[in-house]
Ligand binder design. Structure first.
Ligand SMILES: [Zn+2]
Length: 288
């Protein structure tokens, strides 16, 4: 699999190729998109290019890692599997990633771990992976494939470069759109602005944690912009102009307080405080 065989994902491919060319590879990437097949193809093409002994752009098809990639059995490129269909457990992650990653690559420059359906990692599995992402060996690259990055812990997201696949019809999920709408109104003291959000969340209560995570990502983006102008790594890149203005007008302390307010709201939801109370208080706090 090579990048030239994948259609409609030019932006992501350009970013990955630039990273290879510049020798500037992150230890962790998230490939997010509804089309899990294309995400898997991108992961395979990136892995092949990274492991090729001749630089990989395009892969030489001749070196040992390239020939192994063609048959899908490069021992240094590991596809993480799970036996239970609904969950990737902490044991899956420990055995196949956390312990295995300590063994140096056999033939290749990198040791690459591809985790399909990464949203199925339970919190314990994600926390085990987090420890690895905090101090990865030099040669390690982890590729998380998911339909829904918001379902991953914010601590995982903050360690990863998030690459969103382009869709034929690029349509934001309604939850994401609702989060953007609310976050762009903060500063306006009318409580009616949060009433719509509460109604949306009441319709599908299982979305509440994901919605709060989206809010965390928004303020994380503002901190990224403030601290390093890291436009490439923003989750809400499509709102760049608005975020830049917000970042200029916000202090670090105020942003940290807003992130703390969101964390507090998550705790209150877990403690069964009513959605209205939590969201109204949260909206009040982030509107300060
Ligand atoms: Zn090669």
């Amino acid at each position: 699999m090579t990048f030239s065989q994948i259609k409609g994902q030019d932006k992501i491919i350009e970013r990955l190729e630039t990273a290879i060319r510049q020798g500037n590879i992150s230890h962790a990437y998230i490939l997010e998109g509804e089309d899990s097949h294309t995400a898997a193809l991108l992961a395979a093409a990136f892995s092949t290019a990274l492991q090729c002994e001749k630089g990989g752009l395009p892969p030489c098809h001749d070196c040992l890692p390239c020939r192994q990639a063609e048959t899908g059995n490069n021992p240094d490129t590991i596809r993480v599997t799970h036996e239970k269909p609904g969950v990737i457990s902490v044991d899956n992650i420990r055995e196949q990633v956390v312990n295995d990653i300590l063994i140096k690559p056999f033939y290749s420059r990198h040791k690459i771990y591809v985790v399909p359906e990464a949203e199925k990692m339970n919190p314990q599995a994600q926390n085990a992976l987090l420890k690895t992402l905090e101090e990865p060996p030099e040669y390690a690259v982890v590729l998380l494939l998911t339909k829904n990055a918001e379902s991953l812990l914010p601590t995982i997201l903050s360690r990863c470069q998030i690459l969103r696949l382009a869709e034929t019809e690029e349509e934001l999920s309604s939850l994401r759109a609702e989060a953007v709408r609310l976050l762009k109104t903060t500063g306006d003291p009318r409580m009616s602005l949060v009433t719509d959000t509460i109604r949306v969340l009441k319709e599908e209560k299982e979305n509440i944690p994901a919605f709060l995570n989206l809010m965390t990502l928004w303020y994380r983006d503002l901190l990224l912009l403030k601290s390093a102008e890291l436009k490439e790594e923003l989750y809400f890149r499509d709102e760049l102009a608005f975020l830049q203005k917000e970042a200029e007008g916000s202090g670090y302390e105020a942003l940290s307080e807003k992130l703390s307010a969101i964390e507090k709201a998550k705790e209150q939801i877990n403690a069964n405080v009513s959605l209205e109370t939590v969201m109204e208080l949260l909206y009040f706090n982030i509107s300060q």
